[in-house]
Structure formats: structure tokens, C-alpha cells
Design a binder for this molecule. Sequence first.
Ligand code: ADP
Ligand code: MG
Length: 697
Amino acid sequence: MNKNIPEIFGSMVFNEDVMRARLPREVCKSLLKTMEEGKEIDPSIADVVANAMKDWAIEKGATHYTHWFQPLTGATAEKHDSFITPVGGGQVVMEFSGKCLIKGESDASSFPSGGLRATFEARGYTAWDPASYAFVKDGTLYIPTAFCSYTGEALDSKTPLLRSIDAISREGMRILRLFGDTTAKRLTTTVGAEQEYFIIDKEMYEQRRDLIYTGRTLFGAPAPKGQELEDHYFGPLKSRIAAFMAELDEELWKLGILSKTKHNEAAPAQHELAPIYATTNMSVDQNLLMMIYMKRIAEKHGLVCLLHEKPFASVSGSGKHNNWSVGTDTGKNLFKPGKTPAENKQFLLMLAAVIKAVDDYQDLLRVSVAHAGNDHRLGASEAPPAIVSMFIGDELEAVVDSIISGTDFKGAARGKMNLGIPSVPTFTKDTSDRNRTSPFAFTGNKFEFRMLGSSQNISLPNVVLNTAVAESFRQFADILEAAPDFEKALAELIKDTFTAHRRILFNGNGYSEEWEKEAARRGLSNLTTSVDAFRTFTSEKNIALFARHGVMSEVEMRSREEIMYENYAKVINIEAQTMIEMAGREIIPAVGSYVAEVASAAAAKTAVIPTADISAEKDIVTRLSNLTGKAYATLSLLREADEAAKKQPAGEPMAAYFLDRVIPLMKELRETVDEMETLTATDYWPMPGYGDLLFSV
Ligand code: ADP
Ligand code: MG
């Protein structure tokens, strides 16, 4: 294994260094300008760039190229074309034109479009995104692209993201100019996404249809040991896991992904990987790649990586923390409070902008993390509640309160940490402790949005963040640009904003019941299920926001809304059908065999000794027979409900039917079957149980 990490890092990426080395100076300059400033690409350079990319990719073993895009399936899509071009005489040369780099055309009819595109208008286009690096993977040159319909509507996750990045830069620059910054040209948002995941043994996985079809266990009685000893969190890595992680790191480094931190997470078999942050656009692409590589490298080690939000009931699920910040192209981080945040007016205005955005668009933030898988986590005392609130730490909260009340802020001196051991150096403590229960926390110079599900594309949450904050910036800039006295207007604006949006700040325990009551009193929204969240997506206020900033048109939003409902219904339908199949064709028959075995054992006993004690056998047979009857009855109801659900009108009515009528029956069936599992001999149970799944690696 090559251990010269700086050498292998980014070796498969057509990055800035490669561009400088391989492109004529003027072309390189023009391309970098496009990347950094979001300017339109000069079409005359496309041929030169394409040719250089092709030559470089061929050296890396590539024979094909692909426009890599993010349709609204949540997964990525690719179609590979080889570079070969016939030149007569039965010969070929390797060619790649600027036209093929910039634009791709594909039949889009089988991708979800939410009714945007009738199937007879099947044409879809992919358009090169020069701001995210191309790379070579498996002998193909991957070109990150945006994906739209023939009529120009976005059919993907990337397009609105790029538009939102533009929007926040445009509105934010107005504020920076007011503070006298004349050198910055652009704002960039940055993201570091911490990724949680489970790893289980492949042999176990293959015996569970629920894992194969749905990514989570639909049945499974808890194992005697779960996560209660808290011995897995940050515990020593098992050697198979360590080997998997080492190979994963190396592959990610080759792709220029700054994989940094790895550790065991709270639940048994759960782990985390955190990269160093990058621009939001690259981070989204890299997180998608990271998830692809986690799955494929696990396979190589005889393991399976589960990215589902809740693979196992009764142990913690997996999320993704979206660390987000805004900076200038000149390297300033706008969320850096400095030593005395109370006097840092620019920082306070930035803080006010985010507080206002989170309060005004709680519902959109909630929708951006809503999907069937995440419903198992949010509000389940292991992840943030479904209520969006913000934690900014004691010191900043005191600053905000002193501004609201017009009193002086008396900053608490930072404590020294002294452990009472002379050989251990003392150090200065952070100004506030962490709050792990908060869905949206300020963490020093960035905000950490913690509601995201582990499997999701992180694009939409960032679209919402960028656009909502762009809207705060816009309103602030309108006020401040028109103000005769800037300083006075600024102080008023900060105070008014803090006062109006104070309700969104919460430093306490977000998992508690009291908070649910308190949040209701404050008028915060509590959208407990995905379907509840989807219903708020195309409210007038939200349509106006995206339209104003050119991020999504009403048509694009409505199509996405439809896809959300559709996807939800499909996921629950697959889960229900899998349960029906597993219970009906595997579990009930297996339990039947066991009951027969126990009954005949009892009969054999009494044949030899008529007075033998067969009370245990009787009890097992009675209980399992009753449970089997109950399971079978619920199964029939579930089958009916699932059929009825599929007959509902598509969209909200169908999703709501699955939520209200199908899910309760799934829960009921699971409870019965899990009880059957605890009474059935292991040899008879037709699949590995939780103990095997969680502890066998
Ligand atoms: P914590 O321990 O609070 O989760 P870390 O320092 O480990 O914080 O950082 C978590 C993630 O936040 C990492 O991916 C890191 O790269 C990212 N991060 C740090 N600074 C920024 C920033 N300015 N913008 C976006 N992400 C950032
Ligand atoms: Mg974190």
C-alpha cells in the first residue's frame, strides 16, 4: 500500500494543480475565474479543457467519460460513453470535445420529475459544473453536472444549490460593502458533513430480506445487550473495522476528499467519519461519493455498510451533522465572533441574520430533512426533536439578552481548566459547553445543523440555509442602505431582530417533554412526521422566498413536493410488502414448525410417562399459537391497508394514508412478531437476530 499520503491525495482529481500544469495559462486563468467567481464559462476554451481532461484521464486509466448528476431519486446517476472515435480503416482515436464536456443529453423520462415533464417530452440535459472538480473512478472520467428538463426546469439537487450559493453571495456582499469591505468579490458557503453509519457482517445481512430491500430491520427483538454500557462510543476499533476504515480513507484521499476523523459511535456496530470542510458544492458531491465508497469498500471486506437512519429499533440511529459557515473569497469567516462579540457589530448582524432565517423558515429546514427514514430518529430521544430551535451558548445568549433589554453585557471571564495534576498543563476552557440535543447549534465559527438523516443528499438543507439567510441579508441591506445614520440604524436593526426572534433560541434539553410544551407556548412549529413537514413546503411564504432569489420556481417546488410524497409512499409500501412477505412466508411457517416440534416432544414424553410434566411445552404451544393467530390477522389487515393505500390519489392523500393507516399496522405486526422471536428456539428462527447482527463483526 502506498503510504505517501500527500502524493496520493487528490491523485484522481482534475484539480487546480492539474489545471495549472496542463492548460495554457490564459485558458487556466479563465477557467479558475469561472470556478471562483461563478462567471459564465467562455465556450471557446471548452475544447482545450476537454482535451486536457481526456489526456489526463487516459493516463489515469480512463477509457470513458460520464456526466455525473443528482436526479431527485436521492442517488447519483451516470451513463458512460467511451472516448473512441472511428477514423476510417477500422481504426479509432480517443477524442473528447468541448461540446461533450459542456452539455449532455439523455432520456430523462425514467427519473422522478413530479409531473414536471410528460413522458413524451423526455429530453433531459446535463450541464457541466466547473466549480466541482472532475475525477477518475473505475476507468471513467466523472464530470459533475447539473440536470434539467428540455424546458429548463431543474430536475436535480445540484441546480438549486448552485443558485442558492449565488443568492447568498449576492445579498451578503451588499452587507459587506456597507461595512466598508471593498476587496471581497464573493461569498462562499462552506460545509463539513459528519457522516454516521453502521457496519455489519455480510453473511448476516444476506439472510435478512428487510435489510436487503429496505436497508433497515423491520422485525427484531432487542438483544440482551444494546448500547446501555456505553462501551462502544469512542471504543477501540475492531481489526476488521480498522482495515475497512484504512482502505476507505485511502480511496477518499485519492479523490481529494479530506477524510479526517473516524471513530466508533454510540450504538454497537455504529461508526462516524468526518471530513474537513470544503465549499458547499464540493462537499455535497464529496459526501455522495463518500457514501458510495463506504458501501463498496465494506463489501470488499465481507461487510455491509448501512446508511439508513434507523437500521435497528431500540439503539441509536444515524444522522449527519451539517457544519455550515459563510466566508469571503479573501478568507474571512463571517461567523467568527472575535474576542469581544458584544462589541463586534458585524458579527452580531450576521448572527441576527441566521437567527431570523432559522425562525422565519423553521418549516423549510424541517422539510429539508424530512423523509421516511428520518421519521424514526427525530424526536426519539437520540436525535434532535422535530422542533427546530437554536443553541448559541450561554455567553452569546447573554449578549443577545443584554441587547434586547438595553443593559450592559458583562462578559464572564473564561475559566482555566486545572485538573489538579501538576504534570498536566492548564488550559483555557471554551466559553460554553456543548448542547448535543439542539437541532441547530452555533459552534464557535460555524453553525451545526444536526437534523439531517445519514442517507440523505445534503443539498436541500443547504439550499434552505443559503436562501433563508440570503433573505435576511436582503432585508437588512434594504434597511441599512437607505438609512441616513448607519450606526444608529445598525444598532436598532440588531436589537429589533433579536427581540423579534428571541423565541427560536433555546439552551436547555431538547429531548425533554417540557421543551415540547414550552415550544408550543412560544409558537414554534412541531412537525412530527415527514408528511406533516411536506405539507408546509409550498406555502405562499416559501414559494415567495425561492422565487425572489431565483433558487426554485413555483413549478419546480411543486414538482419536488410531489416527489417527496411519492417517495414517502413508495418507501412505506416496500416496507409493508417486505413485512408481509417475511412474516407470511418465513416467520409464521418457521414458528409453526417449532410449535409442532414442541407439541410432538410433549406427546412423546407422555407416551412414555403419562404423568410427565409438560406444562412448559403447553405454555409455549399456547402462547406461540395465540401470537401466530394474532400475527396472521394483523398481516391480513396490513395487506388490505397496503392495497387500499395504493389506490389513493397520488401525492398527499396516498402518503397520508400510508402514514395513518399502514404504519400503525406495521408497528402492531412487528410487536407481535418480536414477541414470537423471544419464545422461539434460535435454531428455528429463520434469520439472524439483533445479537448476531450487532455483535458479530
Ligand atoms: P465538533 O467536534 O463540534 O463537531 P469539529 O471541529 O470536529 O467540531 O468540526 C466538525 C466539522 O465542522 C468538521 O467537518 C469541520 O471540518 C467542520 N468545520 C469546521 N470549520 C468549518 C467552517 N468554517 N465551515 C464549515 N465547516 C466547518
Ligand atoms: Mg459535530
